[in-house]
Design a binder for this molecule. Sequence first.
Ligand code: HEM
Length: 196
Amino acid sequence: MKRAMTFATVLLMAVAITVSVIAAQTSDADKKTEETAEKVPAPDVDEQIAGLEAMCAANSEARSARHKETPLFERLGGEEGIHALTREIVRLHLENEAIDYMFKDLDADKVAHRVALFVISGTGGPAVYDGPELKVSHADMGLTNADFLTAGGDVIQAMKNLGYKQDEIDEVVCILVSLRGQVVLAEEGEKEAGGY
Ligand code: HEM
């Protein structure tokens, strides 16, 4: 982790140096364009969700065609691959300060195991999940869209860490997006108001 931070710092410095060299060479007219571009704010949570939904709507046919040819279950590495994936996801959740408090008092292996059974059943594997509906298991968590994006970021990172390709990452992300309404049951800001 420390090595990754150091590498990230070096990378940032290199980017900063490159940017300042390019900026020094840029004409006044170009600078105006750059300044305008810099003022475009980063997408907020709702915009990010809308972007994901648009992406999933646009690639829906391609995803179904791939799944028809080889079920996502197989492309995720079958039961063994999916168990390894959910263990990595929960490991990242426990390192993620924004959401670790929801997991740290739980048995991480058990959570990972139950989520794996859900993924196995939902991606074309055997119907091994017999747990509660998502609305029930997430009912008392007060999850927001921000939590959803944070957890989704860990899922993407876990898949990258394990060497999955972009097609499979998109497919898993779009499954999560399609289930968002069953886990995000709180309004933004409700947590603060509720005194979490
Ligand atoms: C669409 C997105 C999500 C899906 C498909 C999903 C799926 C699941 C599943 C299948 C379980 C196991 C339920 C059981 O068998 O008892 C679970 C548990 C859990 N999920 Fe999610 N989840 C999602 C989003 C989130 C988010 C955003 C968070 C928090 C940031 C979260 C936090 C948890 C926690 C803490 C548990 C453990 C509950 C317990 O054992 O008491 N989930 N999730």
